[in-house]
Design a protein around this ligand. Structure first.
Ligand code: UDP
Length: 321
């Protein structure tokens, strides 16, 4: 049976967003072949309060998700005097300004085709690149990454994001000329990707990651080794631990930036290519280590496992206090 895709564009207010998300989840429970995209228009202040926290929480929910949340770049707001005249009219005008942005977002964030292109591929042969809900790179860095992918000859699935305030554009405009055409038999560039499903697929061989917590836990759980590329926040700590303590990741960069404006040198294509060859190598002993680590994670969640016990103690502490 073929897949169905549904796109919701809730009105820009947290009340509309929450009910749309809840409704979408109910639909997904009932219709297995459904994938849902929720395009989020951030309301102008003061209506934006609490929406960011909600988006963050929803978009990081774990496991086998057929739902993706895309925050749209800001459209030109209507003149302020419209608001003084009528709030309803102001919002209608605001939503109308989003028409081209919504169209572009639908085109560039289509769901990968139920992964048919990775069916029948050799096990552990595809490199998956994804940097969470917000990790993006400037075009010069994207170009270095594309060269590395092309030169390495590896099969890849590359989830590309751009800054929330940037105009969405076609991937062709960001990547080296002809790259997508030249690699079309072994690579896909996409927007939001069903990450957990991808990890669960036997063809997935390695993960280039910003090492934020959900991505780290999901890849280790599925026994997929990581090529580490932390960007901000606690990702550097996770990345350090993955490489130095657990030895389940290959290092690529560990370049700490305090602020968005701090200078960061681009990772060079040849360095990335070398690391890709190393991580995708079927003989790399890291493969066995990360699979074993996945088993340890599963045991930790079982009855009497360490995570199970800690959770129990946590509940007891709350109930006793
Ligand atoms: N995710 C996904 N597809 C994407 C990007 C992210 O399914 O294209 C999911 C991923 O599986 C994880 C979450 O979004 O559960 C991202 O959380 P993480 O802590 O790794 O990164 P953050 O978004 O907080 O930087």
């Amino acid at each position: 049976m073929s897949k169905l895709e549904l796109v919701f564009v809730p009105a820009p207010a947290v009340g509309h967003l929450v009910s749309t998300c809840k409704f979408a989840e109910k639909l997904l429970d009932r219709v297995e072949r459904l994938c849902i995209t929720i395009l989020i228009i951030r309301p102008p202040p003061p209506w934006d309060v609490s929406i960011d926290a909600y988006i963050k929480r929803s978009s990081s929910a774990p496991e086998g998700r057929r739902i993706q949340y895309i925050t749209l770049p800001q459209a030109e707001p209507p003149p302020a005097e419209e608001l003084a005249k009528s709030i309803e009219n102001y919002f209608s005008l605001l939503i109308a300004n989003y028409r081209p942005i919504v169209k572009e977002a639908i085109i560039s964030n289509k769901w990968p085709d139920s992964n048919p292109k990775i069916i029948g591929l050799p096990p552990s042969s595809v490199l998956f690149l994804c940097f969470g809900s917000a990790g993006f790179f400037e075009p010069p860095q994207l170009i270095e990454m594309a060269i590395a992918l092309e030169e390495s000859g590896v099969r890849f699935l590359w989830s590309i994001r751009w800054p929330v305030d940037a105009e969405p554009t076609k991937f062709e405009n960001l990547l080296p000329e002809g790259f997508l055409e030249r690699t079309k038999n072994r690579g896909i560039a996409c927007g939001w990707a069903p990450q957990v499903n991808i990890f669960a697929h036997e063809a997935t061989g390695a993960f280039v990651s910003h090492c934020d917590w959900n991505s780290t836990a999901e890849s280790v759980w599925h026994g997929v080794p990581i090529l580490r590329w932390p960007l901000y926040a606690e990702q550097h700590v996770n990345a350090f631990q993955l490489v130095n303590d657990l030895e389940t990741a290959v290092k690529l960069t560990l370049d700490y930036r305090m602020r968005k404006s701090d200078y960061r040198e681009n990772v060079k294509a040849e360095d990335m290519e070398k690391s890709i060859r190393c991580i995708i190598d079927s003989e790399n002993p890291m493969r066995k280590r990360v699979k074993a680590m996945g088993e340890i994670c599963r045991k930790a969640l079982m009855e009497s496992g360490s995570s199970f016990n800690s959770m129990g103690r946590f509940f007891e502490t709350i109930l006793d206090s």
